[in-house]
Design a protein. Structure first.
Length: 311
């Protein structure tokens, strides 16, 4: 399987649900060949992580596949060898890392962290390995407050990504760093610069058939347009608000079609904020209420909620 196939989600939302059900049954019935076949299917594991399922059901089942493989293997080294033997992409381990983080499963996060650190030389795919190291950097910065370590890990991740076969990965790591910086330091980053940067990311992701990350980049463009509207003279505010509104509506529509709850939630929150500054309070409350309900049903934490509150 070509690495780029990992990013293109070919499955419809219904197919993702059906295949996740098949994985659940295969795990329960100890059908190793079926489990391996599903984990190898291009785009499928990625679709579990993006679409999540109500109350994170998809990624919970995905993490059960990690536990299943670890019941066959004695340790992390053997898990990597199992993946190699069955010709499963090493990206699977990165997906396990992100899923464990989303589920707040610290014991498994600790296992996966040690797996990557102890067996780094065993990995064959620099693209996949770079994302694992980037994930470790994020954990170091966000959870452990080890910022210098995070910087060094990210430098290493970017260098590896440039050597890897999958040309989308350097963009993805830089996007993650830009997105993170934008959330932490919005007051010093100019909205116009963010608009230009994230439009480039969106274009690059779509060129590699990565619609999920393209939609996330579109969210950042819409957020920057909204920020630009708030910081602009009155004569220019409507222009930027209308651009933000149009893009947010498109993200909302495409996110629902793609079944990507994260971008739908953020789009609803942004639409609520735009309605609020446009003095449409009832509409604003409606969007915020819908976002809150959807966030609860998918068990999302409120990492982005306050970015669009009215100043």
């Amino acid at each position: 399987m070509l690495n780029t196939a990992w990013w293109k989600i070919k499955q419809s939302p219904d197919e993702t649900a059906q295949k996740c059900g098949q994985l659940k049954i295969a795990l329960e019935n100890n059908q190793e060949e079926k489990v391996v076949a599903l984990l190898k299917e291009p785009g499928l594991v990625r679709s579990f992580g993006i679409r999540r399922g109500t109350d994170n059901s998809y990624i919970k089942i995905l993490m059960n596949s990690y536990k299943y493989i670890m019941s066959i293997c004695k340790n992390g080294r053997e898990l990597i060898l199992f993946i190699h033997k069955n010709k499963i992409s090493e990206y699977l381990i990165w997906e396990y890392m992100t899923s464990a983080h989303r589920l707040y499963d610290q014991p498994i996060k600790d296992q996966l962290k040690q797996l990557v650190i102890d067996n780094e030389k065993l990995f064959k795919d620099n693209s996949a390995k770079s994302l694992m190291i980037h994930e470790l950097a994020s954990w170091s910065a966000d959870l452990e407050r080890k910022y210098e370590l995070a910087i060094e890990l990210n430098k290493k991740a970017i260098a590896l990504a440039k050597k890897g076969p999958d040309k989308i990965v350097p963009f993805r790591i830089k996007f993650g760093l830009s997105d993170h910086k934008g959330k932490r330091d919005e007051k010093t980053l100019r909205p116009q610069e963010r608009i230009i940067d994230f439009k480039k990311y969106s274009k690059n992701f779509r060129a590699y058939c990565d619609e999920a990350d393209a939609l996330r980049a579109d969210v950042e463009v819409a957020a920057a347009l909204f920020d630009q509207a708030k910081k602009s003279p009155a004569v220019d505010q409507d222009k930027y608000l209308l651009q933000a509104l149009s893009l947010a509506k498109n993200i909302h529509s495409q996110g629902k079609k793609f079944a990507y709850p994260n971008v739908v939630i953020i789009a609803k929150e942004l639409l609520g904020a735009i309605a609020s500054v446009s003095n449409k309070e009832e509409m604003s409350k409606k969007y915020y209420k819908e976002a809150e309900k959807l966030r609860a049903s998918y068990n999302y934490h409120a990492s982005n909620s306050y970015r669009f509150s009215q100043d």
